[in-house]
Design a protein around this ligand. Structure first.
Ligand code: CUA
Length: 257
């Protein structure tokens, strides 16, 4: 077989195009953080799988179903506890059946479904996906361990973090500031407040400021006076906090080192 000069040229051009496309994709992923679209609900806090402890016998369990697993995959609760189960889907429609109980929910993209289950005796429950969701559907399973209270209490693990008691925290919470700003370093819609004090921040006009108490105070009072440079599309909404309340918040943020 002979490959003509023209055919060779076409092959090389096609390869070059493919490489350029790959390069642009890599750039989009790494530089602009473009990801696959997600169907996950935008209702917080149901966007991640987690077990939340309300009391030693009352839990809230958020499951996220995705191809092809449930998050969290392994959960342990003590016997005798009531578990409020919330289920959301990250990609396609899945189902959740908890064998040995009445629990049967659909995991629908963009929706949060709910059921309450009381677990009376220690047992390992199997969680299965019962809606065909693609090639790995038959492997989509998880476990929920119900153990007796003594075993559960003896389980090593970090103690649940107590909610901060500082009045500044309560004000941040009451004014929905924590919807956008975390206090533990987690990224959010706005920057985390952990360690923000003393940081050098670039502004949209190209200048830089040090985030000190005066800056935080001013930012709360006049959110749009100094616009932060970067990817935050929206500046903070204005609040009607009093001067005293703002001082409490400023003081609290100082403690978030
Ligand atoms: Cu998920 Cu079937």
């Amino acid at each position: 077989m002979t490959v003509t000069q023209l055919e060779k040229r076409i092959i090389w051009i096609s390869l070059a195009f493919a490489l350029v496309l790959l390069g642009l994709s890599a750039l989009a992923i790494n530089l602009f953080h473009v990801g696959l679209p997600t169907c996950l609900t935008d209702i917080k806090p149901f966007q991640k799988g987690e077990l939340i402890t309300h009391s030693p016998t009352h839990y809230e369990l958020h499951y996220v179903a995705r191809m092809w697993k449930f998050e969290p995959e392994n959960v342990t609760v003590p016997a005798g506890s009531i578990v409020d189960i919330y289920l959301s889907a990250a990609d396609v429609t899945h189902g959740l059946i908890l064998l040995g109980t009445d629990l049967n929910l659909m995991a629908v993209p963009g929706v949060v479904n709910y059921a309450r289950v009381k677990f009376d005796k220690p047992l390992v429950y199997q969680l299965l996906c019962h809606e065909y969701c693609g090639a790995g559907h038959d492997r989509m399973a998880a476990e929920l361990h119900v153990v007796d209270m003594a075993t559960f209490s003896a389980k090593p693990g970090p103690p649940p973090a107590a909610e901060p008691t500082h009045p500044g925290y309560k004000l941040l919470d009451a004014n929905t500031c924590l919807t956008c700003h975390s206090i533990d370093g987690q990224p959010g819609i706005g920057p985390t407040l952990k360690g923000i004090q003393g940081r050098t921040q670039k502004l949209a006009d190209g200048s830089t400021v040090t985030v000190d108490s005066a800056f935080i105070r001013e930012k709360i009072l006049h959110p749009n006076a100094k616009i932060i440079a970067g990817r935050f599309e929206q500046e903070m909404p204005k609040t009607d906090l009093t001067r005293e309340e703002i001082e409490e918040i400023v003081e609290y943020i100082q403690t978030l080192k």
